[in-house]
Design a binder for this molecule. Structure first.
Ligand SMILES: Nc1nc2c(ncn2[C@@H]2O[C@H](COP(=O)(O)OP(=O)(O)OP(=O)(O)O)[C@@H](O)[C@H]2O)c(=O)[nH]1
Ligand SMILES: [Mg+2]
Length: 532
């Protein structure tokens, strides 16, 4: 195109304001006519087009004084190539595609002119030619887009005008004109897109007034549209869908389940602790705990209270297990020598019950054997260990002419085989439910942990057998005094409805000797009044 329409930009627009030089032309809403150097209808076409673009208000930059050609973008004048191709004259510029491609397109057109229908391939060929000539994928893309815009715009235009020559050219212009009239702002930002459109027009009208037949063009374009588009495969992963999980995921699920189980257990434990802390002990229990210095105490506290902290069990206040020292035990019955006389693994091995018996039952490691020693102050007669499961038989001890003490094997966790532990448990159950001379079962409960299911099992059994039992809280020296009181309160409340349960709950520490004297007093009474 020879029409020297200046670049449209804010600066150019400024320059064109009222500074018309001689020989320059501006396009001004159709009132002024731009001298383009192109004659007849093409110049008219230009005028039409630019008029539409600028809406009759915008001015164009005047022609450069040195007559050099300016680069013209499609936005500014799509008609550039239209004019040059249409007239086939006046353009010294290189066509946007190579001569080779130009010729190829021309050949295609000739074939079409002969009346053959244009195969989809020919259409592809034309666009592919563009690729060949430009040698880049980008140009191929542009060419395809160009053909599409050609179809859309071309159809509209043909209906209005009915001239083949203007099918694509005029349509392209119309499309642009419509767009331009919509927004002036697009002018400044549409340079790039304008370039593409310009190429599109040039592809569809390769000059010398050879325009494709509209029908064949339409068919080609349909085929173009029918070409299967490559769809992007989108994989959506539903995190809650467990139907198609890998093995790893299964393992992860198991881990999650395990974690949830642990969390639940922790929650239950936490709520248990919260419940325990909410227990309000009765004043009698609290005063008992204080009077007997139960619970964890500092040595200075014991010293201030008048106890000899040099002793192993200062609160019991009996230094060692010699006969002279035993004389200081307040209860006569416990001054007697403790002697082991029988061990039973099965009920048939039980010795004859010729004396009243007091048994010590409870979970393994709760401190049964230690309590026997603390009560009698005869360390070494009953073996103790920090390893649960030391006592594996029912051990019978005689304490004077009136009383037998029985050390039972523990139940629950112990370093022993399951079947052996089951056998102990069965033996203990049989003993507490059938033993004739059994006057009291001291059921030992660890103050820190409280009652466990197996303790309840044994309680139920003793309730059925009407065996009298009394709860003795052990190891009170490891918890705070208030917690000793809470535990005692908790158990007392829990056993209120139990007929065979003897109140009150006793609290002891074999280590410090706290509560031992009180327990002696209770047990001595049993021995004193027991009858076979
Ligand atoms: N701190 C403290 N530890 C104690 C007390 N009584 C016992 N122990 C310790 O608890 C552990 C177990 O004591 P044992 O008397 O052997 O317990 P057990 O109930 O006879 O255990 P099994 O014979 O296995 O059923 C030992 O290490 C004792 O030192 C106590 O009152 N306070
Ligand atoms: Mg023991």
């Amino acid at each position: 195109m020879t029409a020297d329409v200046g670049k449209i930009g804010s600066s150019n627009y400024k320059n064109s304001k009222g500074t018309m030089k001689k020989g320059q032309r501006t396009l001004d809403g159709g009132r002024r006519r731009l001298k383009t150097g192109v004659k007849d209808k093409r110049s008219h076409m230009d005028q039409e087009g630019t008029e539409g673009i600028y809406g009759g208000k915008r001015k164009l930059r005047p022609l450069s004084s040195n007559k050099t050609r300016k680069r013209i973008y499609a936005d500014q004048g799509t008609g550039e190539e239209i004019t040059s191709n249409g007239n086939g004259e006046g353009s010294n510029r290189k066509a946007p595609f190579s001569r080779k491609r130009h010729n190829k397109v021309k050949d295609d057109d000739v074939v079409e002119a002969k009346g053959r229908s244009v195969s989809p391939r020919s259409m592809w060929a034309s666009s592919k030619l563009g690729v060949d000539s430009s040698g880049s994928k980008r140009s191929s893309y542009k060419a395809k887009n160009a053909v599409r815009s050609e179809r859309v715009s071309g159809v509209t235009r043909v209906k209005g005008i009915g001239q083949k020559e203007f099918v694509d050219v005029g349509g392209g212009e119309t499309g642009l004109l419509e767009k331009r009239s919509k927004s002036k702002f697009e002018l400044s930002k549409g340079f790039e897109s304008g370039k593409k459109k310009s190429q599109a027009v040039s592809l569809s009208s390769p000059g010398k007034n050879k325009v494709r037949d509209k029908k064949s063009l339409g068919e080609d374009l349909e085929d173009l549209d029918e070409k299967p588009k490559k769809k992007k495969r989108v994989i959506r992963i539903d995190p809650y869908d467990i139907s198609n999980k890998r093995r790893d995921d299964g393992i992860a699920d198991n881990d999650i389940k395990k974690q949830e189980k642990i969390d639940l257990e922790e929650k239950a434990e936490m709520s248990k602790n919260a419940q325990f802390r909410a227990i309000q002990p009765s004043p009698s229990i609290l005063s008992y705990v204080e009077d007997n210095l139960l619970g964890r105490r500092r040595l200075i506290e014991l010293r201030r209270a008048g106890y000899n902290t040099e002793l192993s069990a200062p609160l019991d206040n009996i230094p060692f297990s010699t006969s002279s020292e035993r004389e200081r035990i307040e209860e006569n019955i416990f001054r007697n020598k403790l002697t082991f006389f029988a061990a039973a693994k099965v009920s048939s091995s039980f010795p004859p019950s010729d004396l009243p018996e007091i048994a010590f039952a409870g979970r393994s490691n709760v401190g049964k054997s230690s309590l026997l020693n603390a009560l009698t102050r005869q360390w070494g007669v009953v073996r103790t260990s920090d390893k649960p499961g030391l006592t594996q038989t029912i051990n019978f001890f005689n304490l004077g002419p009136k009383l037998n003490l029985v050390d039972l094997p523990g139940y629950g966790f112990a370093y022993a085989k399951e079947e052996v532990k089951d056998a102990w448990e069965e033996l203990v159950k049989e003993y507490v439910s059938t033993r004739a001379g059994l006057k009291r079962v001291c059921l030992l409960i660890d103050t820190k942990w409280g009652m466990k299911p197996r303790d309840h099992e044994l309680i139920d059994l003793m309730e059925r057998a009407k065996t009298k039992y009394q709860i003795v809280l052990t190891k009170t020296d490891v918890v705070f005094p208030i917690d000793v009181a809470r535990r005692a309160m908790q158990i007392e409340e829990g056993l209120k409805a139990h007929k065979s349960a003897v109140q009150p709950v006793m609290m002891v520490s074999s280590k410090s000797g706290a509560g031992i004297r009180s327990l002696r007093t209770v047990l001595a009474k049993i021995a004193r009044f027991a009858k076979l």
